[in-house]
Design a protein around this ligand. Structure first.
Ligand SMILES: Nc1ncnc2c1ncn2[C@@H]1O[C@H](COP(=O)(O)OP(=O)(O)O)[C@@H](O)[C@H]1O
Ligand SMILES: [Mg+2]
Length: 259
């Protein structure tokens, strides 16, 4: 089963053509990372999945998610959870933690604290907060949480729908070392629970060992695609980032230093 199947698509952001006759297929046989420098088009691809951007309609082009080209947003959310601190979210910064999580059940219309939630939804929100050990913060305003706490609430927001696939945009950027490692452990646990992950990033260190396919994206084009062991090498990353790079591998993780 293909998670996403993009064929010959063209996408504009403002007046800029970001993706031009772009094709990419990601199936659910493994977890995958799309790795590319700033501006290579990573977030643009996520916005397509999140229905925040649309392709230029053309006979040759298609955008399928789980083999379907039409989705209603509710069904899509329960299959594909996009976790991003940059994409628009349907709640305000003053929302309490619990409501941030509950907002995952609804589209970006936003939620209101006087709104009633059925018990099933409340229980599911609590279950997910327990899983991520954030229950004690449910009464806190989102804006008053640390970056790491906010990150976990955004993840919980996606997890309430129990999607089979989770998509992360730079999941650990801005987190200190231990918070980063803790968050990576959470992602690894979710993979071990059977979730498939699509990671989008320029940080090599945040690729969990369980992510085995690497797609290198540069200036809106796939320049390499294959097994992590093969793709993450000095020459490929030097070419990708236009800077001499040396790759170091340890315990299934990768790091880079200047070449
Ligand atoms: N709203 C926008 N209007 C015009 N250009 C944009 C907009 N958003 C992004 N871009 C451009 O699209 C390209 C890809 O951006 P993006 O997908 O955010 O890259 P990445 O996530 O890989 O850093 C960049 O050149 C960026 O300048
Ligand atoms: Mg981005």
């Amino acid at each position: 089963m293909n998670i996403i199947d993009l064929q010959n698509i063209t996408v504009f952001q403002g007046r800029n053509k970001i993706l031009d006759n772009f094709s990419l297929t990601i199936d659910e046989s493994q977890s995958t990372v799309i790795l590319g420098p700033n501006g290579s088009g990573k977030t643009t691809i996520l916005k397509l999945l999140n229905r925040e951007l649309y392709i230029v309609e053309d006979k040759e082009s298609s955008l399928k998610i789980f083999e379907k080209d039409r989705w209603n947003v509710d069904d899509l959310r329960s299959n594909l959870g996009v976790v991003s601190q940059h994409l628009q979210h349907g709640y305000s910064n003053s929302a309490l933690g619990l409501y941030v999580v509950l907002s995952g059940f609804y589209s970006s219309d936003g939620i209101w604290q006087h709104q009633k939630f059925d018990e099933k939804k409340l229980n599911r929100a609590k279950e997910v907060m327990d899983l991520l050990s954030i229950s004690e913060l449910q009464e806190r305003e989102f804006s008053s949480m640390s970056t790491g706490e906010q990150r976990k609430f955004l993840l919980a927001r996606s997890l309430v729908n129990d999607p089979a696939v989770l998509v992360f945009d730079e999941p650990t950027s801005g987190l200190d070392m231990s918070t980063c490692f803790q968050y990576l452990e959470i992602i690894r646990e979710l993979i071990s629970m059977g979730k498939k992950v699509i990671l989008v990033t320029h940080h090599i260190h945040e690729i969990p060992p369980e992510v085995t396919r690497v797609i290198l994206l540069k200036e809106g084009k796939v320049v390499e695609d294959g097994d992590k062991d093969k793709v993450l090498n000095d020459a490929s990353l030097t070419n990708l980032f236009d800077w001499p790079i040396k790759v170091i591998k340890e315990n299934g993780y990768y790091q880079v230093i200047p070449g």
